[in-house]
Design a protein around this ligand. Structure first.
Ligand SMILES: Cc1cc2nc3c(=O)[nH]c(=O)nc-3n(C[C@H](O)[C@H](O)[C@H](O)COP(=O)(O)OP(=O)(O)OC[C@H]3O[C@@H](n4cnc5c(N)ncnc54)[C@H](O)[C@@H]3O)c2cc1C
Ligand code: FES
Length: 314
């Protein structure tokens, strides 16, 4: 979804914009809002207003929740699940808030970009207009945007990790900062949301491992020249994607002395610090990805044990 318009290519076809006088429910049912560790968290049932499928098992789900749309910051996420809690799977799934289109009359719209990898994401991607999603959010700390001021912000995303950096790109570009997106995937069909970033007017470069679009190779190969072109103090690197990619980005940034924030995507059961199931090893001690993170300073994370495997964003 480009910012403000529910309009997107769908397998070569075109998805129409939602009419201003959309017949769909215009707001979420809010059950409660609670203050947890000085953050206000909303528990809502959000109506689905649209769902679009993309190649590569990716789906864009548009929902209405004024509470979350008003308060979510770049890099924050929601726990999303079916309203019928007797369904399998029982647990909600963590998903980044992808975009918050703000146009007249649509100020309560937010979108989630979902890559189907298992039962939870399959059920969420199958939801249609008039269904409702049980949401808890916004959750997590989000990116520190103050680091970007006066610097060149280089956003390095892999696969559906792109979902965590769109709000960041939007906020920084609207604040007049220079923003570059480096987006890597295995193949062209795994690239989603490119047009949304291009609509922001930021610089976008793409790398695919099979060379089907953009640079043939890894996204870190198109990141490396930045450290030759700019002094490290001029760069603010932000990254989200598969763990090996984030580890490589962190190493590069640290080798050149550039600041780097990583958004780790450790599997989560509760999303707000209760189950203790999302611990990430850092140089200080173990931290919870859902409350201390998901965004960490890259120098803090102990990568070998922080997040095992490739992650779902490959
Ligand atoms: C803060 C955060 C933000 C996220 N944002 C998005 C997003 O915007 N879009 C999106 O599509 N996904 C996102 N994810 C990942 C998403 O939560 C998982 O893909 C989802 O929980 C999988 O549920 P499932 O029932 O479909 O699959 P499952 O059956 O639970 O898992 C399928 C496979 O994926 C692995 N897996 C599950 N969750 C994760 C995870 N978090 N990291 C690494 N591997 C995992 C499992 O080990 C298994 O191999 C995010 C995760 C976190 C923690
Ligand atoms: S997901 Fe439960 S404590 Fe982090």
């Amino acid at each position: 979804m480009s910012s403000g318009e529910f309009e997107r290519e769908k397998g070569g076809g075109r998805v129409e914009a939602l009419p201003e006088s959309s017949p769909f429910p215009r707001s979420s049912h809010s059950f409660s809002s609670l203050c947890y560790r000085e953050r206000v968290i909303h528990v809502v049932q959000a109506p689905v207003v649209g769902s679009v499928g993309y190649p590569g098992f990716n789906h864009l789900l548009a929902l209405r929740s004024r509470e979350i749309a008003d308060s979510a910051r770049p890099g924050q996420f929601v726990m999303a699940g079916l309203v019928d809690s007797s369904s399998d799977p029982l647990l909600k799934r963590a998903l980044a808030v992808y975009s918050i289109p703000r146009r007249a009359g649509d100020g309560d719209l937010l979108t989630l970009l979902i890559k189907v990898v298992g039962p939870g994401t399959r059920l969420l991607a199958a939801l249609r207009e008039d269904d409702r999603v049980s949401l808890i959010g916004p959750l997590g700390n989000g990116f520190d945007t103050s680091r970007a001021k006066g610097r060149v912000s280089v956003l390095v995303a892999g696969g559906v990790g792109i979902a965590s950096v769109f709000l960041l790109a939007k906020e920084l570009s609207e604040a007049g900062e220079e923003v570059h997106l480096l987006y890597g995937a295995r193949r062209a069909r795994d690239l989603v949301g490119l047009e949304d970033f291009q609509d922001l007017g930021i610089q976008v470069q793409v790398a695919t491992e099979d060379g089907s679009r953009g640079f043939r190779g890894l996204v870190t190969q198109i990141l490396e020249p930045y450290f030759r072109s700019y002094p490290a103090r001029r760069l603010a690197v932000y990254t989200c994607g598969p763990n090996p990619m984030m580890q490589a980005v962190s190493r590069l940034a640290s080798a050149h002395g550039a600041g780097c924030q990583v958004s780790v995507e450790t599997p989560m059961a509760c999303g707000f610090g209760v189950c203790l199931g999302c611990s990430v090893r850092t140089v200080h001690s173990y931290r919870l990805a859902c409350t201390h993170g998901p965004v960490f300073d890259a120098r803090e994370v102990v990568w070998d044990t922080a997040t095992e495997g490739e992650g779902v964003h490959a």
